[in-house]
Each structure stands twice: as structure tokens, then as C-alpha cells.
Design a protein around this ligand. Sequence first.
Ligand SMILES: Cc1cc2nc3c(=O)[nH]c(=O)nc-3n(C[C@H](O)[C@H](O)[C@H](O)COP(=O)(O)OP(=O)(O)OC[C@H]3O[C@@H](n4cnc5c(N)ncnc54)[C@H](O)[C@@H]3O)c2cc1C
Length: 396
Amino acid sequence: MKDRYDVLVVGGGPGGAVAAETAAARGLSVCLVEKRPAIGTPVRCAEGIGREALREFIDPDPAWIAAEIKEASVVAPDGTELVLNAKLAGNKVGCVLERKIFDRELVRRAADAGADIAVKTTATGPVMADGAVRGAHLTGAVPQVGADVVIVADGVESRFARMCGIDTTVPASGMMTCAQYLMTGIDIAPERTVFTVGNTIAPQGYLWIFPKGERTANVGIGISGQKSGPGHRAKDYLDRYVRSHFPDGRSIEFIAGGVPVCRPPPSTTADGLMLVGDAARVVDPFTGGGIYNAMFTGRLAAEVASDCIAHGDLSGKALAAYDKKWRESEMGRSLARNYKLREYFIRQTDDRFNRLIHSAAKIDLDEFSVPELIREFVVRNPALLADLTAFRAALS
Ligand SMILES: Cc1cc2nc3c(=O)[nH]c(=O)nc-3n(C[C@H](O)[C@H](O)[C@H](O)COP(=O)(O)OP(=O)(O)OC[C@H]3O[C@@H](n4cnc5c(N)ncnc54)[C@H](O)[C@@H]3O)c2cc1C
């Protein structure tokens, strides 16, 4: 490890790994620092990702795919199940990763492209010069590293970004608090992800079952931070569900974590600094999915950093091309849509969820295209038309 690089990447999750690989592949000198002693552990993720989204970055490999998913189902608060095939479920199907291996593979590829990797190395604060970020103070053998650009991929806590002066505070209403067991010995459909909604089951969130092979799955829950409190935390809801649905199952791993579903800060760049992934608050606010968005922003940040380094302009203004690009991308537009979708979703009562899912469950889904399905749905739920009209107006 040297004491100066073109690009320093803070954090070895998917966002940091793809940023480091992209920058190194463009011929830049790159160092990625990761505070944990091993990449990929502990996993704080349900590990689901769309197949096409994944292929944009890496060819799927059975070494890190725990399950291929063919369908998804949505379960109403009263237990009615609506099964969606791959065509209708869209990006909600794909695969369930083995992130311990997947994350390591992404970092291995960054190293292969020429990046230096330093594990068990924490970036404790920025090195500043004339108001610009010019590197980081580190724990470990090299106490300080200089860099033209620091790409911050330090995840949901995003402390480093805050130390650089970017306010990444998440209000309780914008944080999903999550708990998850890896369970085995449970009766599940091995190629189906299950999403259960309802305020008594998962207030302003949902409960998921993501299969990971025979009779094994990530069984987890995310609830709004503002609904969490003593006796009714995410783990309390999850334990209740597990006791009633999988009384004979065995939990072989437990994790807890937060998913930021708030809007991103007004700017994800500053002089010498770029934020990517969870640190940039680009998690999909409706699904809570952030792996793809982290890789997407990681790649884009590295591309823009490399152009700016080539032109010798590392000002926040020049790096802001990254901010503009991701907001205007399909990913950015889908985030903007999904904040509104989330606001609609969290206002629904259990009775409303039941009625919507009942009527959808009565439709022969295989016979309809998505637009026909929406039309049929409105015919069966006239009150929905007013909602959809208001919703459309809000989106425009
Ligand atoms: C319970 C749960 C379930 C989820 N399920 C899904 C899912 O099914 N699908 C999906 O797409 N997304 C899911 N997510 C979200 C997904 O895990 C994240 O969006 C994704 O990991 C973000 O990647 P990242 O690279 O931005 O950050 P992370 O993966 O969090 O990586 C950040 C890294 O930075 C390191 N770090 C932090 N601070 C420092 C520092 N100062 N110095 C050095 N290193 C540092 C951390 O140790 C960590 O390794 C889930 C999240 C949770 C909590």
C-alpha cells in the first residue's frame, strides 16, 4: 500500500468494489479500504437481486448464487396469497445471492484490475486541503493516504461522508429497521420469494422469505423506524411470525440492520469527494433493494472521477456530473417514482391490502398483460381509479 493514489475508495461492499474495479480498469491507481477483517461478513442483507440487473455487472456464477427464483408471491394480512409469475413479477424475481462469496468476488475483480485492497483498515476522517477532500486518515500500517478523489461507499452509517461535511442524517421515518434469520428445516417453495404486507405483521414495511436452497431461506422483516419501540421492534414482529409459521424451523444466523429509504442528500459530491450506494441514500425506497443501485452508482462515480482526473479538475462542480447523471438515469428516475409509491403504500390499511389482494387473486393472471391487468383491476375496484388518478398526478 502506498501513501498516495488517484482514487481512494472507502468501504468494500458492492458500491466500493465496483467503483474500485472501474477506476483501476481505466488505468488509475486505486486503493480500497475496508474496516472489517474480511470482505462480505457479516452479511446484512436478504440477498435478493434481479437477474438482468446482476448481468449488467457480472456473469452469474453458481459459486455465489444460492437460489434461482422463478416467481414471487404477495401475501395479504389475512393470509390470501397472490402468486406472480416471472413476467408479472418483473424485477422482483431473479436470484438470491450468497453475499459472503459475491462481495468477495467483486473485490477480487477490483484487485485483478489492479486496485490495492486493505482490509481491517478504517478511514477515520478526511484529509482536507483548502476546503477540499484530499485523502483520508487510516488505521493500520499507513496512517494517511492522499488521493485526488475519495469515493465514499461506507454504507448505511455513512460516518465518513458526515465527517466530510455532507449531512447524510436519516430521520426515523426514512429508516427501515430490519431483522432476519437464516432458517433451515422450513417448508417453503424453493423457487418463490414471498412478501407479506400488513400493519399488524410489518408496520409500513413487509416481511420476506427469500429461499436459499432446500428448506432453507432468509426470513426477515423491515418496519418503519418510526413504528419501532420497546416490545414492538422488528425482531419482535419477526419472532411472532416465525413462532406461528415455522415452529419447527431452526435459525442458524441472525442479523439486524437498517435500510435508508429517505431521499438522497441534495448533492452527492463535494470538492474531491463522491458518495455512492447506501452512503448516497440511493436504496430503492419501495423495495429496500440497494445492491444494484450501489454497483450502478459505484461504476458511474468511478467513470466520472476518471474523466475529471484526466482533465485535472477535481472540484465539486466538475464531479457533480456524476450527481446529475445518476439522478437522470433510469435508476434515479425509478427512485423518484418509488418515493411516491412508498408514501402511497404506507397509508394503506390492512383492510385495504386484503381487498386489493383478494380481487387480484381472482384474476387469471396468466391471461393478462400488465396494462390489461391494471384495467381489469380498476374495473373490479372502482375506488382504485381515484387513487390511481391522484397517484399519476403526483408523479407528473
Ligand atoms: C436486512 C437487510 C436486507 C436487505 N436485503 C436486500 C436485498 O434483498 N436486496 C438488495 O438489493 N438490497 C438489500 N439490502 C440493502 C443492501 O444490503 C445494501 O443496499 C447494499 O449492501 C449497499 O451496498 P454499499 O456498497 O453501498 O454498502 P455496504 O454493503 O453496506 O458496504 C459498506 C462497507 O463499508 C465498510 N465501512 C464502513 N465504514 C468504513 C470506514 N470508515 N472505513 C472503511 N470501511 C468502512 C463497511 O464495513 C462495509 O463493508 C438489505 C439491507 C438490509 C439491512
